[in-house]
Design a protein. Sequence first.
Length: 136
Amino acid sequence: MDYGLRRIGLAVSDPTGTLASPVGTLRRRRGKRPPLKALAEAADRHEVERIVVGLPLPLAGGENEWCKEVRTVGAALAERSGRPVVFVDERFTSKQAERAVRSSGLKKREREDKERIDAGAAALILQAFLDGAPTQ
C-alpha cells in the first residue's frame, strides 16, 4: 500500500509471493478519515495474508509527522482487518513508478495518470518487501 494524501495505491503479489502487481487505487477525501473499511475489504477480496505499507521516511533519516500518521493508519488497519501490517521504506518509489510509467510507451494521457503511478509505487513497495527489504 502506498498511502498518500489524495490516493492510496494498492498492489498484490502472486500466490508464490514472488512478483508484485498493481491492482489500482482508492481515493481519499480531503479532511475525512482514512478509508479503513475499503482497505480491509480489498484485503479480503485479494485474500492477503499481511499488509505491506510504504513508510515515507525522510532522506535525512528518522521519522516525521507523516510517518506517524502512516503508522497510525497501519495500526488501525491491522486491527480492522485482523491481518499483520509491516512497514517498508518507500523512499523514491513514487519517482521510480513515475519514470517506469512514462517510459512504458502508453499514450500521454495514460502515462500521466496519477492513479497508475500510485498503484505502480505500491507494487514497488510490495516488491521490495518480497525481495527481503528490511521492515521498519
